[in-house]
Design a protein around this ligand. Structure first.
Ligand code: PLP
Length: 368
């Protein structure tokens, strides 16, 4: 199925077997328990921890986009924790990107390691260089957050599988509309739907997608027993956000590309990072692996103060952490200890009209 058909069909999923009087939207079902006289019946909901009809509606929409079964979790980290704990065997080794999302590394080092799992880290760009012998699970993120480095998902999946390792891709910076790790050979995708899929900064959500039925069953079991379950309202908000994902991404990526082109050579920038620019070290891979170069831009200003002046000096930039929402936002990543320059700013381009946004950003940069 092509991307356009996938996005179009998403908006009609619910009415395929409709009967007159069906609500057009998914019902928001807030219940902890279900009517159940007598013995439990297979496939009939009985309690709110194993299942909820509103999550199931979100999972159906995500499964349509991913082309794979999905299990939702109450945040991106809950999804990552589930897949790491399910895949990492006792005494096994997990490989993580040293420049990826910091909470994943902290979770592994602080909690997986306590159960005898060895955690090793390598930079995204050279993740495959030392091979995958003895590794149980390879976890990767491309483009990485926040440095926007890339790695070749198909090549890594092939080499990792040959060495007997499973491959998990954190696809948060891309979403299934911009990059399709499962089609490239990954065993599972994890994502923070808190970001672009929800898209309105009003809910946290995460999911794991996989075509491996045994892994999906293990993840559902983990969710039920660990109690790491999404709230029905957050699932409902995320489902509503998903309906405009394609539209928002198209605007965000087009504006980001136009802005990146205008930022090239700007005297206030020490470095500019956007995978869509020919100067990005992984530009060719980006063109091959991603449907569009995304909506995140890395800007390095001369100092921490200049970066702060830029962020707070632009009325169309929200100073906030996170990314992928309707509003353009930015933050200096060293405030969380990321291994980047002090003046490094991660800018997440939102849906503001380009005609207003680009001049406002250029003006703030000139004055920074
Ligand atoms: C935000 C983020 C997460 C964590 O998602 P939460 O919903 O905040 O738990 C994981 N990976 C990446 C790449 C992220 O950007």
């Amino acid at each position: 199925m092509d991307d356009a058909t996938r996005a179009a069909q998403l908006l009609h999923l619910r009415h395929q077997n409709g009967v007159p009087g069906d609500p057009v939207t998914a019902p928001l079902i807030a219940t902890s328990t279900f009517y159940l006289p007598g013995d439990p019946l297979a496939g009939v909901p009985y309690y709110g921890r194993p299942t909820n009809p509103t999550w199931e509606a979100l999972e159906a929409a995500l499964a349509h986009l991913e082309g794979a079964e999905c299990v939702t979790f109450p945040s991106g980290m809950a999804a990552i924790a589930a897949v790491l704990f399910v895949l990492a065997g006792k005494g096994g080794t997990v490989l993580l990107p040293s420049d990826g999302y910091y909470a994943t590394r902290r979770l592994a080092a602080g909690h997986l390691a306590r159960f005898g799992v060895s955690v090793i880290e390598r930079p995204t760009r050279t993740l495959a260089d030392d091979g995958f012998d003895g590794i149980a699970a390879v976890f990767l993120e491309t483009p990485s957050n926040p440095g926007l480095d890339l790695c070749d998902i198909a090549a890594i999946a092939q080499a990792a599988h040959a060495a007997g390792a499973r491959v998990v891709v954190d696809n948060t910076t891309m979403t299934p509309l911009l990059q399709r790790p499962l089609d490239l050979g990954a065993d599972a995708v994890v994502a923070a739907d808190t970001k672009a899929p929800g898209g309105h900064s009003d809910a946290l959500m995460g999911h794991v997608a996989s075509r491996d039925a045994a892994l999906i069953a293990a993840l559902r079991d983990w969710r039920t027993l660990s109690g790491s379950i999404p709230g029905p309202f957050e699932a409902w908000l995320t489902l509503r956000g998903l309906e405009t994902l394609e539209l928002r991404l198209a605007r965000m990526c087009a504006t980001a590309a136009a802005l990146a082109a205008r930022l090239q050579g700007h005297p206030k920038l020490r470095a500019l990072c956007y995978p869509g620019l020919p100067g990005h070290p992984d530009h060719a891979l980006a063109a091959r692996q991603m449907a569009a170069p995304g909506f995140l831009i890395g800007l390095t200003l001369e100092s921490r103060d200049a970066a702060e002046r830029f962020i707070t000096g632009c009325p169309l930039i929200l100073p906030a952490t996170s990314f992928g929402s309707v509003h353009t936002s930015a933050e200096r990543r060293t405030r969380w200890g990321d291994a980047v320059a002090d003046g490094f700013v991660r800018l997440s381009v939102g849906i503001e009209p380009e005609k207003a946004l680009i001049p406002a950003i250029l003006q703030a940069l000139d004055a920074a």
